[in-house]
Design a protein around this ligand. Structure first.
Ligand code: GTP
Ligand code: MG
Length: 311
């Protein structure tokens, strides 16, 4: 066995960090690590924390991690594209508590860029989550800034997706109407210390009541993440979500759907990469110019690209 893998499996965090770097860079070596370690994954409860910029995702993620530590669990955190990076201590808005977390051997925090070398979001984040899972963390928390598509993709990676909203912004209700609410397993109204939290809860309830009969109604929770308020209830709601999936038999279905999503995302990235490699940049430019000039339709152009790559 590779020495690094051996160290990884014995719980060496430096081996974890080195393997994640290779996986993140999507090198053939990185893929080999995913292949070897994947059979060790599948035990962690993966939780996506998504929502608008500045809504308190990092603070909430940190507070939730601290709650899991109090309950005796270990936690891996993947922060995707954080504009207020965990590495600079913004995880809790409160540097002292952040230090507690980073010094804690039961917590591992990793920041990463959302776009991998192949230009796709999913493959590399899914892989990093699998690696953390294989390392043996009980929970893997994934923070992503919500911009529509990324939220949908994270919902395919995480077993439980938490959507973070804030009172008084008005953006949230719009986002809900745009369908993002459908990916949420739990709705959180964070910054509940600000005015308007109860109004937002009512608005969200009203919105949920419009959903067709029989559809899922995600619970709505109020949190004040900077003070750790509502966090224990959130951890309970997360556990409740998983228990619900287990009781209804949906857990297996969701795992199958997530695996399907993951395989197709990687296949798409591989095909796109092959096409890009088979097409000289000037040729692509030429095709694109003809489409822009309305001399060629985009379908025919794309077919030409795919044919040139032998697909
Ligand atoms: N008043 C109040 N402020 C909060 C609360 N939670 C977070 N904040 C503050 O909101 C700001 C943004 O918090 P972050 O946790 O960095 O938010 P984020 O969603 O991770 O931000 P990005 O990753 O930059 O999108 C910080 O100044 C936090 O201290 C809360 O419950 N109440
Ligand atoms: Mg953040």
């Amino acid at each position: 066995m590779d020495q690094l893998v051996e160290k990884f499996l014995s719980g060496d965090r430096r081996a974890l960090a080195r393997i994640i770097s290779r996986v993140e860079n999507q090198t053939p070596e990185g893929r080999a690590y995913v292949r070897d370690l994947f059979p060790h994954s599948g035990r962690a409860h993966t939780i996506g924390v998504t929502g608008g910029a500045g809504s308190g995702k990092s603070t909430l993620t940190g507070a939730l991690a601290a709650e899991y530590r109090r309950r005796g669990h270990t936690v891996g955190i993947v922060a995707v594209d954080p504009s207020s990076p965990f590495t600079q201590g913004a995880i809790l808005g409160d540097r002292i508590r952040m230090q507690d977390l980073t010094l804690d051997p039961g917590v591992y925090v990793r920041s990463m860029a959302s776009r991998g070398a192949l230009g796709g979001l999913a493959p590399s984040i899914d892989d990093v989550v699998s690696i953390m899972d294989a390392f043996g963390f009980d929970y893997v928390l994934i923070e992503t800034v919500g911009a529509g598509q990324d939220e949908v993709e994270i919902a395919g990676t995480a077993l439980t997706t938490i959507l973070v909203n804030n009172p008084g912004t008005g953006d949230d209700i719009q986002a809900m109407k745009a369908g993002i609410i459908e990916i949420a397993d739990i709705l959180v109204v964070n910054k509940a210390d600000h005015p308007g939290a109860d109004v937002l809860v009512s608005q969200l309830q009203a919105l949920l009541s419009l959903a067709p009969a029989g559809s899922r109604r995600p619970p709505i929770l109020k949190t004040t993440a900077i003070r750790g308020e509502g966090i224990a209830e959130l951890a309970d709601a997360v556990a409740g979500h998983r228990a619900g999936l287990e009781h209804s038999g949906e857990l297996e279905q969701q795992r199958a759907a997530d695996a399907r999503h993951q395989v197709l995302a990687i296949a798409r990235a591989i095909l796109l990469e092959r096409i890009r490699r088979a097409t000289p940049e000037e040729e692509l430019d030429g095709l694109v110019r003809r489409v822009a000039a309305r001399e060629l339709d985009p379908h025919t152009a794309a077919e030409e690209l795919a044919a040139a790559a032998g697909q």
